[in-house]
Design a protein around this ligand. Structure first.
Ligand SMILES: *Cc1c(COP(=O)(O)O)cnc(C)c1O
Length: 426
């Protein structure tokens, strides 16, 4: 990595590279659009967190939902990462990548009996419990299997994460966790249930947080609660502090805190408690480790505006449509220095106006056939893709040094059509 670069997607002799592989070369081999991950960037981001918490016992549990390809999970598992899963499917993925149950935490507001059973069967580090009814069901399932389920209760600290409304989770009006004011009552109830063993407290206040203050406020409340619950006889050995640290999407003007700053803040707020710290970062590990590569199909000159029509669409990357998210869009062949920039509305081919990636985006002039890359697309990109408009599920590629491999292949039209079944009686 050169200088302060955030990732391993850099220009060399005017061409964008993923580590030591030319992006244009991959585009020739795979066809656009596709996601492209840098192995070195993924690993680097995991290590930054691991090192930031090295002052005490800790486990970095990668939030699988951010980017859940088996190759990504396998790369992180090889680094010793734990995993945070939110569904039976993600649990199965983590296990398939070789992560032992003892390094998997299970979060989410709606765990079903069969998901709970599967996790207890395959081993689980802890369930992060989100409600009293769920607590009772986990106890019932565990008791019926003759085991005891380790749990942490997710508390809602009622702090404003100052992020997009759809990804804020720590205010009392959000559906997540139990109000921190009711924690004593709920922990007493947990202690009385035969199938549960209380091991800690869990909190997660939102995603894409660009300041430390909301985390710090939440963690101070959790630290206080730790002392209160311990005084009441609960063994609080672990604090799961969630994920949520943001990344700079617009490189020019955002500077979210770094994992080192975050780790120091964690030490400041909970370091004196002698607990094992768990964190669940997703976006900061995968976000800048992936780009979406697309080709310009047409440049359409409209009235007062020019449209850049790409072969990627909202079904491939939904963040701009869903969260009004900003992604840097850069040409794969670097623009001549000093070339006059133009403004484009960057859109995909899907039949709705929501299929707009950017409006009035100022960038170097492009022509049909040119390649572009959406930066910082590694998290909540491929995992949220769909086949809307019967567009094949976008492929994923991983680069490592001078090698690259397809880690999720593009389905053919027949693959897609044959997944459906037409009943005989039609
Ligand atoms: C989504 C989620 C995360 C990961 O959030 P990031 O913003 O990607 O770091 C961690 N924990 C829980 C419980 C989540 O729901």
């Amino acid at each position: 990595m050169e200088g302060g670069a955030l990732d391993h997607f850099l220009y060399r002799d005017g061409q964008l590279f993923a580590e030591d592989v030319s992006v244009a070369e991959i585009a020739r081999a795979v066809e656009t659009p596709f996601y492209l991950y840098s192995h070195a960037t993924l690993v680097r981001h995991f290590r930054l967190f691991d090192e930031a918490l090295a002052w005490g016992p800790h486990m970095v549990c990668y939030a699988v939902k951010a980017a859940s390809n088996q190759a990504i999970l396998t790369a992180l598992a090889a680094e010793g990462a734990g995993m945070d899963v939110v569904s039976g499917g993600e649990y199965a993925r983590a296990k398939a990548a070789g992560v032992p149950g003892a390094r998997i935490v299970f979060s989410g507001v709606g765990k079903t009996r069969s998901e709970i059973r599967a996790a207890l069967d395959g081993g689980i580090r802890q369930f992060n419990v989100e409600s009293e009814p769920e607590m009772q069901v986990i106890s019932e399932v565990a008791t019926s299997m003759g085991v005891v389920a380790p749990i942490a209760v997710r508390v809602n600290p009622d702090v404003d994460a100052k992020t997009h409304a759809k990804i804020a989770t720590g205010k009392s009006e959000n559906k997540f966790g139990i109000p921190i004011a009711r924690a004593r009552e709920v922990y007493a109830e947990a202690a009385a249930l035969p199938g549960l063993k209380v091991v800690g407290i869990d909190v997660h206040i939102g995603s894409q947080l660009t300041q430390l203050e909301p985390f710090e406020m939440a963690y101070r409340k959790v630290a206080e609660l730790t002392e209160v619950l311990r005084a009441e006889g609960h063994a609080i050995e672990r604090l799961d502090l969630g994920g949520g640290l943001g990344i700079p999407y617009a490189r020019s003007n955002e500077a979210p805190p770094l994992p080192t700053d975050y780790g120091a803040m964690v030490q400041r707020t909970v370091g004196h408690l002698g607990v094992e710290v768990e964190i669940e970062p997703g976006r900061l590990i995968a976000g800048n480790a992936g780009i979406l590569v697309s080709r310009v199909i047409y440049v359409k000159n409209g009235e007062g505006r020019d449209f850049l029509i790409l072969d990627a669409a909202m079904n491939d990357l939904i963040r701009p449509a869903m969260y009004d998210a900003y992604h840097d869009i850069v040409p794969v062949a670097e623009a001549e220095p000093g070339i006059e920039q133009v403004a484009y509305d960057v859109v995909g081919p899907v039949c709705e106006t929501g299929d707009t990636f950017a409006k009035g985006r100022v960038m170097p002039p492009l022509a049909a056939g040119d390649l572009v890359a959406f930066r910082s697309a590694g998290a909540y990109g491929a995992v949220m893709s769909s086949e809307y408009n019967t567009r094949p599920l976008v492929p994923e590629i991983m680069a490592k040094n001078d090698q690259f491999a397809v880690i999720r292949a593009r389905p053919s039209f027949d693959d897609m059509i044959n997944r459906d079944t037409v009943p005989e009686w039609l």
